[in-house]
Design a protein around this ligand. Structure first.
Ligand code: ATP
Ligand code: MG
Length: 439
């Protein structure tokens, strides 16, 4: 992409009204614009990141489930069937259509997926199943804040599992636990699974995944051992029931909770030098709830002996749009965003220090072509602007690599390659730059 032809509006001043770094940076670097309280338009820079995150979530979910797409607008009657319509409260955006039918903008999809599954699945042979979709949700939050982190309209991946019994349902849960850990790792962030339900043992299973960041809404307390869990241990696959169970035991064996479930009595048992505290942002939540919706909505399948079985269910959410903010919270400095490679909007930014120097422009143009040919996403700042302004913009937008080209370096046959995360700079020939960045 050539910056001279792009819609990438960068604000010169720090935007007012944004309380935390990620919100400020998302406005300043031009990822989003607010259109109403808690509702945002995604500008070209923002959507590129959102799509990268969404694609990582999709690829990891595809290993254990199937994608589908349910609508945003749902009939109220579906929620009356599950008994949730009145209980849900003012967070639900309720709408009436021209025929006076009551509708709603979905805050989540348990009711709809249960009805869809019920209408087509009749036999135990069709279970287990894991289905997911990535769709916009609406929750009329009392206090939308921190930009996309607590929006009213937000993008969520929600998956739903259907199993014949509790044992199977737990395996589905363990699979998602592993899928989540691998998903967040691929994004270049650390998300710690924390026990979300302090109910007695044997109660419902629930874990939240928290990205550590000083501005997180939750206080966190965990045993460092939970960070050392090996996700690639020998033979660990989604078909390895014993391995999945062992992983789960290891993850849940280490104390890790938020302020909502924290218990001093157990915390005291964590070795002093392993105690970690701080703040975190909830980016995912997995939940096993058994027959709650299947029972309420009459989902039953016939068993091998002719008996009727009520499937056990779980649901698994990832805050896809919240992740954009959470990743920035966890990865930025005073100059701007520092994207982990896997979610960066472009891999490389090229900056010409002098747009009026023919040799500079020629070198930049040819490198721009070559880097793209090597399969990289490249943003080329070809504008007739001061070099310093362009460099500031690149730092703000946070691309992992910058190639800075100017007459002075070119005289010696080199360009400057800067790593955004470490600040390290190298003087390399164009050939070496190409080799380094495309390796
Ligand atoms: P929270 O406690 O933050 O309000 P929740 O527990 O109500 O979230 P879930 O129902 O577990 O949310 O939704 C699954 C995921 O969707 C959450 O882990 C979070 O990442 C994301 N999410 C929930 N509410 C919002 C929101 N208002 N804005 C952006 N993302 C959200
Ligand atoms: Mg939650």
């Amino acid at each position: 992409m050539r910056l001279s032809q792009a819609f990438l509006p960068v604000l010169k001043e720090t935007p007012s009204g944004a309380e935390i770094a990620s919100h400020k940076l998302m406005l300043q670097a031009g990822l989003i614009r607010q259109t109403a309280a808690g509702i945002y338009a995604w500008l070209p820079l923002g959507i590129r990141v959102l799509k990268k995150i969404e694609q990582i979530v999709r690829e990891e979910q595809d290993r254990i489930g199937q994608e589908m797409l349910m609508p945003t607008i749902q009939p109220a009657d579906l929620w009356r069937e599950s008994g949730r319509y009145d209980a849900y409260g003012p967070e639900m955006l309720r709408i009436t259509d021209r025929h006076d039918r009551e509708m709603l903008y979905g805050p989540t999809n348990e009711d709809m997926i249960t009805a869809l599954f019920r209408d087509d699945v009749k036999s135990y042979r069709e279970l287990p199943r894991m289905l997911y979709h990535i769709q916009w949700k609406f929750r009329d939050e009392v206090r939308p804040r921190f930009g996309v982190m607590r929006g009213r309209e937000f993008l969520m991946k929600d998956a739903y599992s259907f199993d014949l019994d509790e044992e199977g349902a737990k395996l589905s849960y363990y699979r998602q636990l592993l899928a989540y850990l691998r998903t967040f790792r691929r994004m270049g962030i650390k998300a710690v699974p924390m026990q979300a339900d302090s109910g007695p043992i044997g109660g419902k299973l629930s874990h939240e995944f928290l990205v550590l960041a000083p501005n997180g809404e939750s206080e966190v307390f965990y045993d460092a051992a939970v960070e050392d869990v090996d996700l690639d241990r020998d033979g660990l696959s989604y078909d390895d029931d014993a391995g999945l169970k062992a992983l789960f035991d290891e993850v849940t064996g280490a104390y890790a909770r938020t302020d909502e479930t924290h218990e001093e009595e157990y915390w005291a048992q964590v070795p002093e030098d392993a105690k970690r505290t701080g703040r975190g942002i909830e980016v995912g939540h997995i939940f096993y709830f058994g027959p709650k919706y299947s029972e309420a909505m009459g989902l039953k399948v016939s068993g091998s002996d002719g008996s009727m079985i009520t499937p056990m269910m779980g649901s698994y959410g990832v805050g896809v749009s919240r992740l954009v903010g959470a990743i920035i919270e966890a990865s930025h400095d005073e100059n701007g965003i520092i994207w982990p490679e896997a979610v960066a909007p472009w891999n490389v930014g090229i900056v010409t220090m002098r747009a009026d120097d023919d040799a500079t422009v020629a070198a930049a143009e040819s490198l721009y072509g070559d880097l793209q040919a090597a399969g990289l996403d490249v943003l080329y700042d070809d504008r007739d602007e001061r070099g310093g302004v362009k460099l500031g913009g690149m730092d703000l937008m946070g691309l992992p690599w910058q190639v800075i080209i100017g007459p002075r370096g070119l005289k010696d046959g080199v360009v400057e390659v800067k790593n955004r995360a470490t600040g390290e700079r190298e003087q390399l020939t164009v050939q070496d730059t190409l080799a380094k960045l495309s390796s």
